[in-house]
Write a protein that binds this ligand. Structure first.
Ligand code: AMP
Length: 413
């Protein structure tokens, strides 16, 4: 039995890590007063297409439902959350909304690129100040650090500056296609892009000049004329917070909806993975949903890329196993329930023979095993086996919980 290309099962080990990343996200969201929600997984196709350029529209999993309505699976969380905020005029602004959920894109599968994947997402409506951008980027930095990315770096840019600089060079030949060319730089070589554009009828020399603009630093003449003070201020604020940040005009992103500042985050140690988070300001989307008044900015991070880039420490609670001889199985099961009541992580063995049960406990990573044995049980006692030292001790039933706590605390000290 196969599953469709580009999709995968989140098997237990991977799922554990996914949950750890979700936990980090929820914790950070609380610290930043971000309200969490989940927008609908299905939308009317026209809602999804509102944001899209051709590339995005081609990636939508679209279909007709049983009543013939044109629907699509969400390809990001921004569209749904923005639709929700635009509809709900009663929501007091500004507001920060976040979500952690999966989405679908008919993308070309490769390393770090799937057709079903998770994003963490934070959107801010009603405040586009440099401080608001800085907050989103500081959140992003913490999210990556907390999720085990050792060396994150954030590149910030401004579409208006690039557009103005490209317009100055291209004059009446200007087209947004030039920004698309810059956007391709991370994925293709300069020469490949130039050849592609030559084939579309663009002059080699002009494409070359445009691509060069994206390499220019903030001090180059062409850029200096067009740079916005907000971008410089944002950089200063982030530097003062010790967030690793650089201005980089190669970043133009999602060409059809971003309107001002844009940014991407990478892991310096695995740049080949592509961006692990990205976002920017996108006032045009609320405008398309009938809210010209609504200023919007946001960030989305690829959880699956985080799973590839990060070294998550799997700290799990110690596991207490309960072993028994066959006639005491029900007692053993009841004991594992009691241990759960007491707040321990616990399980009872499923193999029949005691020796096999101990091997089972070992394989499951149990820290200690409580043995329910006829002779001891009749006396009102249990045996405890410490898996690391193999030491065994006999204790009274009523002392069990305290004894386990004592042993586990010793292990931690
Ligand atoms: P985007 O919504 O395209 O700005 O993507 C935001 C983040 O989601 C990117 O920085 C990636 O980390 C991640 N991402 C985008 N597309 C995929 C994909 N097909 N598979 C896995 N992660 C993705």
């Amino acid at each position: 039995m196969r599953i469709p290309r580009g999709l995968r099962d989140y098997e237990p080990e991977l799922y554990d890590k996914l949950e750890k990343i979700r936990e980090n996200f929820v914790k950070l969201s609380k610290a930043y007063n971000v309200k969490l929600m989940e927008p609908s997984s299905l939308e009317f196709l026209e809602t999804l297409e509102a944001k899209g350029g051709e590339e995005i529209i081609n990636e939508i999993y679209a279909f007709k439902d049983k009543s013939g309505r044109d629907l699509g699976l969400r390809f990001d969380l921004t569209v749904g959350i923005t639709r929700y905020v635009c509809e709900r005029r009663d929501i007091p602004l500004p507001i920060k909304l976040g979500a952690f959920a999966s989405m679908w894109r008919y993308d070309e599968p490769q390393k770090g690129r799937y057709r079903w994947f998770y994003q963490w997402d934070l959107e801010v409506y009603g405040d586009k100040s440099p401080e608001s951008y800085a907050e989103v980027l500081s959140f992003t930095y913490r999210m990556l650090k907390d999720s085990g990315v050792k060396n994150p770096v954030i590149f910030i840019s401004d579409r208006r500056t690039i557009e103005d600089a490209v317009k100055e060079v291209a004059k009446e030949k200007y087209s947004t296609e030039f920004l698309r060319a810059i956007d391709k730089l991370g994925k293709k070589t300069q020469e490949e892009i130039i050849v592609e554009y030559e084939e579309k009828g663009y002059e080699r020399d002009l494409v070359n000049k445009v691509l060069k603009i994206s390499e220019a630093g903030e001090d180059s003449e062409n850029i200096k004329k067009h740079i916005r003070p907000e971008l410089l201020k944002l950089k200063d604020i982030l530097k003062s917070l010790n967030v690793p940040v650089d201005i980089n005009f190669r970043i133009v992103r999602g060409l059809d909806y971003y309107t001002d500042i844009v940014f991407e985050a990478y892991d310096k140690e695995s740049v080949d993975l592509g961006a692990i988070a990205g976002g920017g300001g996108y006032d045009s989307l609320p405008a398309l949903f009938g809210r010209n008044d609504l200023k919007a900015l946001g960030v989305a991070g690829g959880v699956d890329r985080l799973l590839l880039a990060s070294n998550l420490n799997q700290e799990t609670e110690p596991l207490i196993y309960v072993s028994y001889v066959a006639e005491l199985k029900t007692e053993a099961f009841k004991l594992s329930e009691k241990l759960r009541d007491e707040g321990f992580r616990s399980d009872f063995a499923r193999k029949n023979k005691l020796n096999d049960q101990l091997t089972e406990a070992e394989k499951n990573g149990a820290s200690l095993v409580v043995l329910v044995l006829p002779k001891e049980f009749a006396k009102g006692n249990y045996k405890i086996k410490l898996m690391e030292t193999r030491q065994e001790l006999e204790i009274k039933k009523e002392d069990l919980v305290n004894k386990i706590k004592e042993i586990l605390n010793k292990g931690n000290s």
